[in-house]
Design a protein around this ligand. Sequence first.
Ligand SMILES: *[C@@H]1O[C@H](CO)[C@@H](O)[C@H](O)[C@H]1NC(C)=O
Ligand SMILES: *[C@@H]1O[C@H](CO)[C@@H](O)[C@H](O)[C@H]1NC(C)=O
Ligand SMILES: *[C@@H]1O[C@H](CO)[C@@H](O)[C@H](O)[C@H]1NC(C)=O
Ligand SMILES: *[C@@H]1O[C@H](CO)[C@@H](O)[C@H](O)[C@H]1NC(C)=O
Length: 629
Amino acid sequence: MRREVILTLFFSWTTHLTIGVLVFTPRLIQDVAIGNLLRYTQIQKHTVFFHPEGSDDLYVGGTNIVYRIDLEQSHLVENYSLTPTGGQNCEVIPCENIITVIEQFQDSLFICGTNAYMPLCWKVYPRVGNDSSRVMKNREGIGISPPVYSQKSLSLTVEGDLYAATNLQFRRTLGNRISVSMHDKWLTEPTFVSASWIRRREDPDQEKIYIFFREKNLDSNPDADPWISRIAQICKVDEGGPKRFLQSIWTSFLKARLACGIRGESLFFNRLQDVFVQHADDWRASQVYTLFTSSWNASAVCVYSLDEIEAVFTKSSFRGLNKEIPNPRPGVCVTNSKEIPVDTLKVVRENPEMSDWIWPLHRQAPFYVSDTPYTRITVDTVTDVDGRPHNVLLLATDKGIIHKILEDNFTPFIISEMRLHHPAPVQSMKLISKKGKLLVGFRDQVAQLDLGSCRDYGTSCADCVLARDPYCAWSGSGCAPAVLGAIQNIDGGTVDVCPQSGTDQQRNRPPSPELLGVSHVLPMGVAFYMSCPVRSYHASYTWEHEGQSSPCVAAQREPQTQEDCLQLIPAVRAKHYGTHECVSVEQNYTRVLKSYRLLPPIENRARRAWWSSVTTSLSGLALVSILCH
Ligand SMILES: *[C@@H]1O[C@H](CO)[C@@H](O)[C@H](O)[C@H]1NC(C)=O
Ligand SMILES: *[C@@H]1O[C@H](CO)[C@@H](O)[C@H](O)[C@H]1NC(C)=O
Ligand SMILES: *[C@@H]1O[C@H](CO)[C@@H](O)[C@H](O)[C@H]1NC(C)=O
Ligand SMILES: *[C@@H]1O[C@H](CO)[C@@H](O)[C@H](O)[C@H]1NC(C)=O
């Protein structure tokens, strides 16, 4: 019975999906050249990027090495060799040091790696001026780096304190404040995905660190997804409980379910994959962009607001708590956590899960659903020519494809599918918003991608405006990176903003010369086909001939980078002679993309001329009878 319900829901969901996929087709497919920043001397199983805010440096941690790249000059500055130490028997286990943590910590870079299953950390002082760089062994790395790189880990520096999550724990390990960790019972087989510190300028003591992860679902129902995704909070000022209770254990830990699905339908995307936190000046307006996958390998992007996350942590009841909520409320940030009453601490220890779920913003549904299995998400805020900000999502797949998606009033508009000239899994991704660049890490190289590659959109104002790409605008002579005063219409993509003259705006204008004059002389009875390039997958294409229009026969070209709109004529007949135009309509913009003139051979042409002179003096009925003979 239950299975039946699930199946029905699944079908209704797949219908949604099918519709979604139709609506959410990328408008364009772009072949994107990538700039090479660094080519590794050996294949990297795992890489980690670190970009100190505001600097021109990118640090890339690989196996036994950390590279420093100058992003301004696009070249390698130096590398630090970090080979495993400790005297293990390298014949028995591979002596590799896979770098998992790079943070700016105190006066140096703090780098940790697996160090042949005995995690270790180094301090690295990069080269400055004439001083050469220095690498110093620092301390044991257990609890900071996992012993095996495939166990996801994360690290975060907050005001000189280092927070790290490895296999089962999220703890503060190094710095000014005392070390604090989690209670063993709080999580079940967690996979940590991300952690973020949300500042509150008006009240720094209330600042929280949020941890995003998935864990084993304890629901034993066979239909339940084995995973459940969550957000947890801890207070920055938390120093653990008093001596006998939660000593050196977080006293402000609470967790809640991150629900990514449609409210009312019990189908969810349960497997959190990646998180991007968009910080706002007012912390309440900050947003969390999350990427989920489902058990049937579909993806969804859900967007949550910090305001609503905070509301759940400060207002929800506690799951499994049958008593009144004690005062002070569990999870509230207090400057001396060692003085929190035991009644409050007991709830944190025994019932840290919120009964309420955290639902996505606004429509309480995913922002975007796709059958593409994405692996990474990042979000850029791009200012348009009128100075208004727009969010652009960048979603990467494991095949070297990146989708560029405009957040258009809570509906996704897929600007383009960028096919990188390197069809390999994207291991790491880092947005350098100020430079309009996306850094992409593959197994064999680090590449950079220019997000404002506008020329691909075409050579007319209409092409540029229809793209609705906040990075690009019509400059008067070409589609170029957006500057003040250029022409753009991000909200609607309507071409009315383009100047009326000098463009191919009007339907009636003849297409450009290279499209015209494709004349073909065809005898009756031969087969013929006409093709027209499909550029925008959001446009509709038809073939028009003597006032009649017929749809395309779509054909996929090899390699699948472009589709053509075809018109097939199995056997040419008299009615086929004349002009055929391939017409596209997108938004309200109609234009002729290509035109063919089909002509009869010379002797037929003479007869046709004679016919037409006859037809002018005959009635239509008589013409039909002549043609039939
Ligand atoms: C690291 O830098 C040194 C010195 O510049 C160079 O000799 C070495 O080849 C580099 N190693 C790698 C793996 O790039
Ligand atoms: C760095 O070295 C160069 C050449 O060796 C020298 O001319 C310059 O003065 C040095 N700069 C500093 C800051 O020491
Ligand atoms: C989902 O993807 C995984 C890995 O690619 C594959 O093993 C699995 O069979 C897929 N599941 C479905 C339902 O397609
Ligand atoms: C298309 O044109 C119609 C009629 O002129 C107008 O009402 C409509 O708003 C236009 N739509 C767009 C998307 O420009």
